[in-house]
Design a protein around this ligand. Structure first.
Ligand code: PMP
Length: 367
């Protein structure tokens, strides 16, 4: 039956600015949205220009195989083009992975407090979602996830690992991931979700492509929504060996990535200046926010991404309560009760003045 579909709790995104303005009687232009881990710089000018050029050709279908974009990606990543799958956002890659390898009777493994699309993609194909307890510091417990795979007998078909993870910002060092990949049985596919990879510090970075080459059961997932500033266009990509890439390509929609997104992604991927500027802005914003949390005596989790999880109270209504008070002041952040974190709020790192507006509002509310 379709019980597994009816059991799905729908994805709840960041509240749109226009909706919040109308609901609370606010001026749209004064609203600060730090709710969806978007790039506070917006989209790069280089990508805007590329889109304007591509816009003259919208009477045609997009290139279904993403020839030009895949070539640019392949050259930089050092893999053949037939190792790449383009997605309508990296969410598309996550969902394709679930559809390609899991069905009713199977298990899909992921961590507690991990990205909300993992249970959604799992439940949509009728598989059983196995949520593994997180570590004491809200990170992925990879040995426990490995144990869950072993415990499943041969039911586990897929495991999602986010590095960094959203909404916790937790980060796994390379050695831990590599040991995990080496220990996972070869019939279980591992999706390494690196939607926030570009925000890692130089010391945190590692060579995930080398793992894709070494492990035939691995899919690397990356996004253009965050560091590349193209969230509204919906584009991401997966990297995996051809036998897996072929499976994903068989079941994706023929034109899943539109022409504007492909053109913009080619430009953004090559725009190193934009990436660097966003990276530095993110570092500064992280310091600005966490300094304010320290001053307010609020606990927060160290984050490797472009957002910070902060604990705003000790009762299970705290997140919702402070969120509502912030909304009334025109600040949109993300409550994370649906992630089992009702005392916390997730704050996307914005421009300095946006961060400051949030901090001022928070201070006033907590005073
Ligand atoms: N993975 C993680 C961990 C995320 O936080 C997000 C965005 N919220 C995604 C994947 C999907 O992003 P997109 O579909 O925009 O590429």
């Amino acid at each position: 039956g379709l019980k597994h579909i009816h059991a799905i709790a729908p994805y709840v995104g960041g509240r749109p600015i226009s909706e919040v303005a109308r609901e609370y009687g606010l001026d749209e232009s004064k609203i600060v949205k730090l709710a969806s881990n978007e790039n506070p710089l917006g989209m790069p000018k280089s990508a805007q220009d590329a889109m304007l050029k591509a816009a003259s050709d919208l009477g045609r279908y997009p290139d279904s195989n993403g020839f030009e974009l895949k070539n640019v990606l392949a050259a930089r990543l050092g893999v053949p083009t037939d190792w790449i799958t383009l997605g309508n956002g990296s969410n598309d890659i996550l969902e394709l992975a679930a559809r390609a390898v899991a069905q009713a009777g199977d298990e899909v493994i992921f961590s507690k407090h991990a990205f909300a699309v993992y249970p959604l993609a799992t439940q949509a194909v009728g598989a059983k979602a196995v949520e593994v307890p997180a570590t004491a510091i809200y990170g992925h417990d990879l040995p426990a996830m490995l144990a869950a795979i072993k415990l499943s007998g041969d039911k586990a078909k897929l495991v999602f690992v986010a590095n960094p993870n959203n909404p916790t910002g937790s980060y796994l060092p390379a050695k831990e991931i590599e040991d995990f990949l080496a220990a996972v049985p070869p019939n279980v596919v591992v999706v390494l979700d690196e939607a926030y990879n570009e925000y890692l510090s130089p010391e945190q970075r590692y060579d995930a492509i080398a793992w894709v080459k070494r492990f035939p059961n691995m899919i690397l997932s990356r996004s253009f929504s965050k560091a590349y500033g193209l969230a509204g266009l919906r584009i991401g990509y997966g990297v995996a060996q051809p036998h897996l890439t072929d499976l994903l390509n068989r079941i994706r929609q023929p034109f899943n990535v539109n022409s504007l997104a492909q053109a913009a992604a080619i430009a953004a991927f090559q725009d190193k200046e934009f990436l660097q500027q966003g990276f530095e802005l993110n570092r500064a914003g992280y310091i600005q926010l966490t300094k304010a949390f320290d001053e307010l005596g609020l606990k927060y989790l160290p984050s490797a991404g472009n957002f910070v999880l902060v604990k705003v109270g000790d009762d299970d209504q705290a997140g919702a309560r402070i969120n509502l008070a912030l909304l009334k002041r025109g600040i949109i952040v993300r409550p994370v009760g649906n992630y089992g974190l009702p005392q916390w709020l997730r704050i996307s790192i914005g421009l300095p003045e946006e961060n400051a507006a949030f901090i001022d509002a928070l201070k006033a509310i907590l005073a």
